[in-house]
Write a protein that binds this ligand. Structure first.
Ligand SMILES: [Zn+2]
Length: 268
């Protein structure tokens, strides 16, 4: 798996971490022991070297830089946009809803230390291939395509319906996701758990997803519907702030869990 092979996740070679001056000072001290110099000269020599050794051992200028924390890249794809308005959600278009959702989720993820790449930041028309291109260039560890619908209830969670294949050497663009299906199903499992934990109803499905089918990353599509069926008393609509917050918080929690699973796997 790509994220396991990521060398940035590995600690630096400890052999290279001994400060050069520390080693040079130690060498000088050892040499002094072997030298036949007069005793008072030797004492002065030792004092100077011991002082250097103390500075070398404790001085902040010799402290090792902390290892760079590995970048864990998440791609957020706000579905539709521009000429493609998507579904009508009351007075709002789906394209506006997904963009707002993407922006909200991005800030939650950045606050949790994720590197976030978005497919669009404005009301722009974007073909499925362009979305996949952005995702594949990002070398992401998780990709989420965001949709919304008025029909049904809760969150509809989709994984591509492509049949899984072993890591193809030269995957076809249209079916690149086939090599990632098993990872995508695992990722969907983590997302499902987080949403269920937040008491958001989830419906799981497999379907053809034009943008995701070409993505080389663990990927899911999420379609947010009102929390409850509208014929039930007291529906929580798509614009309910509490419902929106529970969904986005749960998605952020799912990605935190997904990241910790990836880091654990990389240490094995
Ligand atoms: Zn949609």
């Amino acid at each position: 798996m790509r994220w396991i092979e990521d060398k940035r996740l590995e600690p630096s070679d400890s052999g290279a971490s001994i400060p050069l001056l520390l080693r040079a000072t130690w060498f000088a001290l050892r040499t002094a022991c072997q030298m036949t110099i007069e005793s008072h000269h030797r004492r002065a020599w030792f004092r100077a070297m011991a002082a250097l050794l103390a500075i070398a051992a404790s001085g902040p200028i010799f402290a090792q830089a902390p290892p760079a924390s590995p970048r864990f890249v998440v791609v957020l794809d706000a579905a539709h946009g521009g000429d493609d308005a998507g579904a009508r959600l009351g007075s709002e278009a789906e394209k506006a809803y997904t963009l707002a959702l993407s922006i909200r989720l991005r800030s939650l993820l950045m606050a949790r230390g994720f590197a976030v790449v978005t497919t669009r930041e404005s009301d722009a028309t974007l073909e499925p291939d362009s979305r996949a291109q952005i995702a594949n260039r990002a070398n992401a560890q998780a990709c989420i395509s965001l949709h919304a619908a008025e029909s049904g209830f809760g969150v509809h969670l989709f994984v591509s319906s492509l049949a899984p294949v072993q890591n193809a050497r030269f995957p076809a663009w249209k079916t690149a996701q086939a090599a990632w299906i098993m990872r995508s199903l695992s990722f969907a499992g983590v997302v499902n758990s987080a949403l269920s934990h937040a008491t958001v109803p989830v419906t799981l499905g497999r379907t053809s997803l034009p943008a995701i089918d070409s993505m080389s990353c663990p990927a899911v599509a999420i379609e947010i519907a009102p929390e409850r069926s509208t014929d039930v008393q007291g529906p929580a609509g798509l614009d309910d702030p509490d419902y929106q917050a529970r969904v986005t918080d749960a998605l952020a929690a799912a990605l935190v869990e997904w990241r910790s699973q990836a880091r654990e796997a990389s240490q094995q």
